[in-house]
Design a protein around this ligand. Structure first.
Ligand code: FES
Length: 325
């Protein structure tokens, strides 16, 4: 079966493989994040042909289904098909690898956030674009984490939050030791900075700040980057002690709004949801580009609210932290 795109690209599809996996296997990269039907980032329109669902398309609404929207991470072709999907050429040549990784440093930044630095083999030649994520594999358990460091760093830095009863949380918070041997698979995802000239708003909840830190650090270190636009970061947390990153840069001029979801005594920052605070701060969103990373609930709400306020859909990029099964 052949899968055609509106950009006149085509690749082989199989009933056994999702459209997204078939695209990736053939060297094309379409927008994706969770790969399990929850975030909706891979949503596209089926223009011709028929597909089957390999897993539930949870992020589709009834209206989406009427409009023949599909999630490329969930569907496989049963005939030749044509889809309205754009190939992200910026990610060409970024090879997904499975590599051994040793725990190099463990720093508990608060009771429920740990910073882990992983060391890869010197010959690994692991490349990623700032904003992407990796899977960490520990025995039979696999979890996705955004990379907080930049690609030129010797170590991969992850910011990891504790989840009650989480198998991997038990490892990170009770068992991990320096020099532990894990495996990683990646880089993955299509959350990266597209256009450095437009005004930028970053929305993050919890450790969703990790890829924002990576993207901004990359700009800070890039000798060719001259800032000509505003950059604002809205970072939401439940407790004051969860603001574990102090965004201080020399070259970049950014405004960081720390937003607590509920008021506490002595808090002088913003209170509420990041998307509400960010929207209340601006009268005009013309030309704005929004990058959102964190809970799926925040991202779905932020996307809805920003699009209702006039943001172009193509100017909203997201990476959702969704539940692993
Ligand atoms: S729903 Fe397909 S990548 Fe998230």
């Amino acid at each position: 079966m052949i899968i055609y795109t509106t950009e006149n690209k085509k690749f082989d599809g199989q009933r056994e493989k999702t459209v997204l996996d078939a695209a990736l296997a053939s060297g094309l990269v379409f927008e994706y994040s969770c790969k399990n039907g929850q975030c909706g980032v891979c949503k596209t329109t089926l223009l011709k042909g028929e597909i089957i669902e390999k897993q539930g398309q949870l992020a589709l609404t009834d209206q989406d289904r009427k409009e023949r929207k599909i999630l490329t991470c969930c569907c496989a072709p049963v005939t030749d098909i044509e889809i309205d999907a754009a190939d992200l050429s910026a990610l060409h040549g970024i090879e997904v690898k499975t590599l051994p990784a040793r725990v190099n440093r463990i720093t508990y930044l608060s009771d429920n956030i740990v910073e882990i630095k992983l060391r890869l083999p010197p010959t690994a030649n692991f490349q990623f674009i700032e904003g992407q994520y990796i899977d960490v594999i520990w025995g039979a358990v696999r979890r996705s984490y955004s990379i907080a460091s930049v690609s030129s760093d010797k170590e991969l830095t992850l910011l990891i939050k504790f989840f009650e009863n989480g198998q991997m949380s038990d490892y990170w918070f009770n068992q991990v030791k320096t020099n532990d041997l894990l495996r990683i698979e990646g880089p993955k995802g299509t959350f990266f900075l597209r256009d450095t000239a437009k005004p930028l708003v970053f929305l993050a909840t919890g450790t969703g700040i990790a890829p924002v830190k990576s993207i901004l650090s990359k700009l800070e270190y890039d000798p060719d980057y001259q800032q000509s636009q505003t950059i604002e970061v809205y970072w939401g947390n439940r407790y004051p002690e969860e603001f574990v990153w102090d965004a201080s840069f020399n070259k970049l001029h950014i405004t960081v709004h720390n937003v607590l979801s509920r008021p506490v005594d002595g808090w002088s920052g913003d209170v509420g949801y990041v998307q509400d605070v960010a929207l209340a701060d601006r009268k005009n969103i013309d030309g704005l580009v929004v990058y959102a990373c964190g809970s799926n609930a925040m991202i779905q709400s932020a996307k809805k609210r920003f699009l209702e306020s006039g943001l172009l859909e193509g100017n909203f990029h997201s990476d959702a932290f969704v539940q692993s099964f």
